[in-house]
Design a protein around this ligand. Structure first.
Ligand code: NAP
Length: 346
């Protein structure tokens, strides 16, 4: 099949940039996003608008999704008017969202039955990688099977890892995220120690960069933390979601991930006190005086307020029990839906 028409669903921080590269490569692009404004720049450049995922996919050879949570992925693919039913036969359905490995397998299997090709393809490289078109892709498919869509994937990436099986991309991405989360806690600890000791924290970052204590996170994010720049590149609530998915997987495997446990506690705290929509680098605010946090927009009095009903899941899916869940798969709320976030006390 010659690929000409592409649909892109989810034009947020990452999606809008990725879709721009797909347009640059000459494909005919149709976009849909929950909030239309966020597609404005693409529409101004000549992308077509669709009022729903179904409308976007109707005529598309390839449909990309880059939404927020597993619950969003589930809605877009598996709802009655979702992509599995509404995309055309033979279409490729590629999910770039960081989501649940089990959901990726479910979508792959459902698509196969309908004569469509679906695979998980989460990304790493951050907002800058999306802007530059140099993302690393982590694909849950073999290199050979993905060959027909390779030119499109290459339009916004510089490296592709193939994990050969449905859900394999998501699992590998979650491995990356638990490492990232611990690296972030590591640099936040280091900066707190430096600042409280009265030594130059910026110089400490230089030391870390020239030795083995540094990381990608300390290189790119710690300077923003030090400068008080908490604007999102990568939303704190999305990293909490990712660690929650990894911890759920670790429970399934009956292993413990102590670094991820610690990071989850800290990012959950940050989200509870008003930092959900800040960049992950706002983690260092947790180490600061309350007054400094207040200036940045955090409110410590909000901590644990959501726990009064003993429900502790924070991931964005309303179950009608006054409780929001991650929208992943694995934890039954008694409403036929399984939630995958780690942080449950039902
Ligand atoms: P974002 O800015 O929140 O973008 C997500 C977009 O999806 C939003 O614009 C949202 O609409 C839209 N959306 C959600 N559900 C939808 C639905 N059912 N139908 C249509 N549109 C829908 O987040 P992001 O930073 O781009 O991240 C997207 C995903 O990539 C997340 O899973 C994240 O964990 C992952 N990721 C992010 C980064 C990063 O550095 N930012 C890096 C790698 C991976 P609204 O505009 O209405 O909210």
């Amino acid at each position: 099949m010659q690929i000409r028409k592409i649909a892109f669903i989810g034009t947020g921080i990452m999606g809008a940039n990725i879709a721009g590269h797909i347009m640059d490569a000459g494909y005919d692009l149709t976009v849909h996003n929950r909030t239309k404004d966020k597609a404005a720049a693409l529409l101004a450049r000549g992308a077509h608008w669709a009022a729903s995922p179904a409308e976007a996919a109707a005529d598309a050879d390839v449909v990309f999704t880059m939404v927020g949570y597993p619950s969003d992925v589930e809605d877009v693919y598996l709802a009655t008017d979702g992509l599995i039913r509404t995309a055309k036969k033979g279409a490729w359905l590629i999910d770039l969202t960081t989501s649940s490995p089990q959901l990726a397998r479910d979508i792959h299997d459902a698509a196969e039955v309908e004569d469509k090709h679906a695979f998980d393809c989460p990304v790493t490289g951050g907002e800058q990688g999306a802007i530059d078109g140099t993302l690393t892709l982590i694909a849950g498919i073999s290199q050979q099977a993905a060959a027909p869509v390779l030119p499109v994937l290459e339009s916004f990436s510089s490296k592709i890892f193939y994990f050969d099986q449905p859900g394999g991309g998501q699992t590998a991405k979650l491995c990356n995220q638990v490492s990232l989360a611990s690296c972030m806690v590591g640099y936040a600890d280091a900066l707190a120690l430096a600042e409280q000791s009265g030594i130059d924290a910026e110089k400490v970052l230089e030391v870390m960069a020239s030795g083995t204590g540094g990381s990608g996170a300390s290189k790119t994010l710690a300077p923003k933390s030090l400068a008080g720049d908490y604007k999102p590149g990568f939303l704190a609530e999305h990293l909490r979601k990712d660690i929650g998915l990894a911890l759920q997987r670790s429970e399934d495997l009956e292993i413990t991930l102590p670094g991820a446990e610690t990071a989850f506690t800290l990012f959950d705290m940050l989200c509870q006190i008003g930092g959900s929509r800040m960049g992950t680098q706002a983690l260092t605010l947790l180490y600061q005086e309350e007054a400094t946090c207040a200036v940045a927009g955090l409110d410590w009095s909000l901590l644990d307020q959501g726990d009064e009903d003993e429900h502790e899941c924070h991931c964005g899916h309303d179950h009608g029990d006054g409780h929001e869940c991650c929208g992943g798969h694995g934890h039954d709320h008694g409403d036929g839906h399984e939630c995958h976030c780690h942080d449950h006390e039902h």
